[in-house]
Write a protein that binds this ligand. Structure first.
Ligand SMILES: [Zn+2]
Length: 322
């Protein structure tokens, strides 16, 4: 078994995952910022060991992997854990290795999602693809020739912060017009709120308080044929599709996997994205790249992805031994 850990700002979810991608045990504990990281990780390690024991005596833990938004796989650290009172560049892999006595890796959540799709999901059997996570922001993990592309600092593939519209929407990173300000769950809400007054007032979405509208409301409205909601999906698909076409020219993938909360909209998002990507693609790539939605259970995708990252490491070690 490998322990996949999804370390979030308010709760930490973890599960024991075998090489086939089956999660045989699962648990959640609060990520309490006040108890200090030493106490937290000791508690986490104990809980993982209890979970392992619950599966019987003949199950061994081979490794663990921690997925976190600011996880650095190069250093095994979690950098800038902004909502936790933990030190910067906390050496999480070292701390957990000494407690669990198995190898521990740290991976950022976008890369974990890509590896999860490669080992257990929509990208099984593919060696050149990238996986775009459309949640609160936009993350991207890239696999080239079967290997995760990391770059010099492990931050390759930050597609969420390439410029989609010059001088466009203000982004949390301090720049303007970044892709994630348009193509994400929060981006589509901004699109609706920026609509012309007339159009907005004719939409069912105007019945919600402006601060309460979510991507789910927009999805439900679009399914009922609401014209503003449908337009918002078309616009989101346009911005995303055009940017994907540019990315195809850099990476030449055979597949793009879309995952994350916004993909629960299904064809409402997928169809315009495919349409605009194909319109924008250079001729040499036409018909060579497919876009698919993730088939994984989104609640546990992050755990499976973290575990997949460790399985990939264990596979490469055993291959080297052979
Ligand atoms: Zn940005």
């Amino acid at each position: 078994m490998v322990a996949g850990i999804d370390l979030g700002g308010t709760e930490t979810k973890f599960g024991l995952v075998n090489r086939e991608g089956e999660m045989l045990a699962y648990q959640t504990i609060p990520t309490d910022p006040d108890i200090g990281y030493k106490t937290f990780f000791t508690y986490l390690a104990n809980e993982i060991e209890c979970l392992l024991l619950s599966l019987g005596d003949d199950v061994a833990l081979l490794g663990a992997s921690v997925g976190a938004p600011t996880g650095s796989q190069a250093n095994g650290t979690i950098d800038n854990p902004s909502n936790l009172n933990w030190p910067n560049s906390l050496p999480v892999s070292k701390i957990l290795e000494s407690l669990l006595e198995v190898p521990v890796t740290v991976v950022n959540d976008a890369n974990a999602a890509a590896v999860g799709e490669m080992l257990f999901g929509a990208a099984q059997g593919y060696k050149n693809f990238f996986c775009v996570t459309l949640g609160t922001g936009l993350g991207c993990g890239v696999v080239i020739d079967g290997e995760l592309m990391l770059g010099s600092m492990g931050h390759a593939g930050e597609l969420g912060h390439v410029t989609a519209i010059k001088g466009g929407r203000m982004c949390g990173c301090g720049r303007m017009g970044c892709l994630e300000t348009y193509a994400s769950a929060t981006g589509i809400v901004r699109t609706v709120l920026e609509a012309e007054k007339d159009e907005y007032e004719h939409s069912v979405l105007s019945t919600y308080h402006k601060t309460k509208i979510t991507a789910k409301h927009i999805t439900d409205a679009a399914k009922e044929g609401d014209s503003l909601a449908l337009k918002a999906f078309d616009f989101t698909g346009k911005i995303l599709g055009e940017q994907l076409a540019d990315t195809v020219a850099i990476l030449n993938p055979e597949l793009i996997v879309l995952t994350g909360g916004l993909t629960r909209a299904g064809d409402l998002l997928l169809n315009p994205t495919i349409k605009y990507m194909n319109c924008h693609l250079h001729d040499i790539y036409k018909g060579t790249v497919e876009i698919r939605l993730s088939e994984m259970n989104t609640k546990k995708t992050a755990i499976l992805g973290s575990a997949a990252f460790m399985w990939l490491k264990l596979d490469s070690v055993s291959t080297q031994k052979v």
